[in-house]
Design a protein around this ligand. Structure first.
Ligand code: NAG
Ligand code: NAG
Length: 224
C-alpha cells in the first residue's frame, strides 16, 4: 500500500473513531473492510463465520447498507439506491427471494412490455409489432444465440453486432426508443459499447415500494 493510501485510510480511521466515541481506540487490525455496504458486511460475516474477529469495518456514513438507503419525504419512503429484486422465480433460492417472502415486502412486478411510447407532442405512438418483435425474435433468442457461439468457442463481439446477427436493427426513432429502454438503460451504455456475452434476457423483476424500505433486506446481515 502506498504512503498516500495509508494516510488516507488513517484519516478515515480517525474520523470514524472520533465520531463513534464509544468505539475502542485500538487502531490496528489484521483486516480492514472498507464500507459497510452489502459487500463489506458480507465480508465481515464470512470472517466471523471462520472465527476471524480481528477486523474493522470502516464506514463513512452513519448507517449500514451503503447503496441500500431510503429517506423519508412528505410521509413517503423514497429509495435513493437499490430498489429492485431481479430475476425472481418461484424456485429461486437466492437470499433476497427468501427474505422477500419472509417480510411480505410490498411492491409491483414489472412488465416491460406494458409500455406507452409517446412522441414529443405527447401522442401515443406505441407500436406493438416492434415490441413483440423485440420480445419474441430478439430478447428470447439472445441467450440461445450466445450459447451457440460459446459452444463453438467463438469470441465475444460487441452487443450491437450480436443483435444485428439475430436480426435486430434500430433504424427508426421508435426502435431506438425501445432499444434505449430495454438495453441502454439496463447496462448504462449503448449496445455498441457492451459485450454481447453480457446481454441477458429479462427475467421477472420486482420493484420494492414498501414503506419499511428496501433496507429490510440488509437486516439479514445486521442481525449478526
Ligand atoms: C469456530 O469456533 C467454534 C467454537 O470454538 C467452533 O465450533 C467452529 O468449528 C469454528 N469454526 C471454524 C470455521 O473454524
Ligand atoms: C405485459 O403487458 C402486455 C401488454 O399490455 C400484455 O400483453 C402481457 O400479457 C403482460 N404480461 C404479463 C405477464 O402480465
Amino acid at each position: 500500500m502506498s504512503q498516500a493510501n495509508s494516510a488516507f485510510l488513517a484519516a478515515i480511521c480517525l474520523l470514524i473513531l472520533s465520531v463513534a466515541s464509544s468505539a475502542e481506540t485500538r487502531k490496528e487490525a489484521k483486516v480492514l473492510i472498507l464500507g459497510a455496504g452489502l459487500s463489506g458486511i458480507t465480508a465481515a460475516k464470512t470472517l466471523l463465520e471462520n472465527n476471524i474477529t480481528d477486523f474493522y469495518v470502516l464506514e463513512g456514513q452513519d448507517y449500514i447498507g451503503g447503496r441500500i438507503h431510503a429517506v423519508q419525504f412528505e410521509g413517503f419512503t423514497i429509495e435513493t439506491g437499490a430498489n429492485w429484486v431481479h430475476l425472481l422465480n418461484d424456485e429461486d433460492t437466492a437470499p433476497l427471494v427468501k427474505r422477500k417472502k419472509e417480510t411480505e415486502m410490498s411492491g409491483v412486478w414489472c412488465n416491460y412490455s406494458d409500455v406507452i411510447i409517446r412522441d414529443e407532442n405527447g401522442q401515443d405512438i406505441t407500436d406493438w409489432e416492434i415490441i413483440h418483435t423485440f420480445d419474441n425474435k430478439i430478447e428470447e433468442k439472445i441467450e440461445e444465440f450466445q450459447w451457440t457461439r460459446k459452444r463453438r468457442n467463438m469470441p465475444d463481439i460487441p452487443a450491437r453486432v450480436g443483435l444485428q446477427l439475430i436480426g435486430w436493427k434500430s433504424n427508426r426513432p421508435i426502435e431506438k426508443v425501445l432499444e434505449y429502454f430495454r438495453l441502454d438503460f439496463e447496462h448504462a451504455k449503448p449496445p455498441d459499447l457492451v459485450s454481447f456475452y453480457q446481454l441477458f434476457s429479462k427475467g421477472k423483476d420486482f420493484f420494492v415500494s414498501d414503506p419499511r424500505g428496501y433496507g429490510l433486506f440488509t437486516k439479514i446481515c445486521t442481525s449478526l
